[in-house]
Design a binder for this molecule. Structure first.
Ligand code: ADP
Ligand code: MG
Length: 256
């Protein structure tokens, strides 16, 4: 049975998409069967997995509106080693179209249930807002992975997300839990980052992943080649960190 995780944080530019595609590639590298679902109309995770968002015959939009199954709409990225259920601007319209339909927040959950045996991991890249799309992700997931930069306001933003997750847990999805906080774009030379990192550990204990993702320019360059850093430059420090994170996830899942 696939374990399903949302990569979420209401803030934009915190590293959600980078985490999603590199964790997907890292998991594939250690032998896991992975489906990456792009729930952001910007389609960055789609493009960053080597799938052209303008050329897709079917996308997650069709799945949410129940005009296609996941098996029909997902494509295998040869270079990356995982399946991609892509997104493009069409998905922005789903927000409005879903308002009218039944079980609107459970569409993705229902669709993913059909492919539960085909994958070990499903990773969902969420948009930076608490929309019907994000809600579909949170309803479908067993857990949330929260990438965060160790900055001054990081903890404040976290309170909002934690409250949202509590509400979804109480009303829509009893399985949902925060799996962990992932420190990303980390620069140990910056004292403040070290302090916030210590604060995080004091507050959240073992909910903070052991792996830390360093700030690494190769991770930022990779998307322009349509690849996750892990595939683009496996030797880069950031890529190695994501493979270590993939291994940490596999270990954590065994214990869940
Ligand atoms: P989000 O999906 O949360 O909006 P992204 O994953 O798109 O965030 O990351 C925002 C920007 O930061 C992108 O330009 C990305 O390439 C860059 N970035 C993300 N993680 C790292 C990292 N560890 N080191 C360097 N740059 C990074
Ligand atoms: Mg993103």
């Amino acid at each position: 049975m696939a374990k399903i995780f949302c990569i979420a944080n209401q803030k934009g530019g915190v590293g959600k998409t980078t985490t999603t595609v590199n964790l997907a590639a890292g998991l594939a590298k250690v032998g896991q069967r992975v489906l990456m679902v792009d729930l952001d109309p910007q389609g960055n995770a789609t493009m960053g997995s080597g799938v052209d968002k303008r050329q897709m015959a079917l996308s997650v939009y069709d799945v949410l509106l129940e005009s296609a199954s996941v098996a029909e709409a997902a494509v295998f990225s040869e270079k990356c080693g995982y399946h991609v259920l892509g997104a493009n601007r069409e998905l922005a319209g789903a927000e409005v179209e879903l308002v009218e339909v039944e079980r609107r927040e459970k569409r993705l959950k229902t669709a993913l249930a059909e492919v539960a045996d085909a994958y070990d991991f499903v990773l969902i890249d969420c948009p930076p807002s608490l929309s019907m799309l994000t809600l579909n992700g949170l309803c479908a997931a067993h857990g949330v992975i929260v990438p965060m930069q160790c900055e001054y306001f990081a903890l404040e933003g976290l309170t909002d997300l934690v409250n949202t997750i509590k509400q979804v847990h109480a009303n829509l999805n009893k399985d949902l839990a925060i799996i962990g906080l992932l420190r990303v774009m980390f620069d140990p030379r910056i004292t403040l980052q070290q302090q916030v990192s210590d604060q995080l550990k004091a507050h959240f204990g073992d909910k903070v992943f052991d792996t830390v993702i360093p700030r690494n320019v190769r991770l930022a360059e990779a998307p322009s080649y349509g690849l996750p850093g892990v595939v683009f430059d496996p030797a880069a420090r950031g890529s190695q960190a994501f493979v270590a994170f993939a291994k940490e996830m596999v270990e954590r899942i065994d214990k869940l």
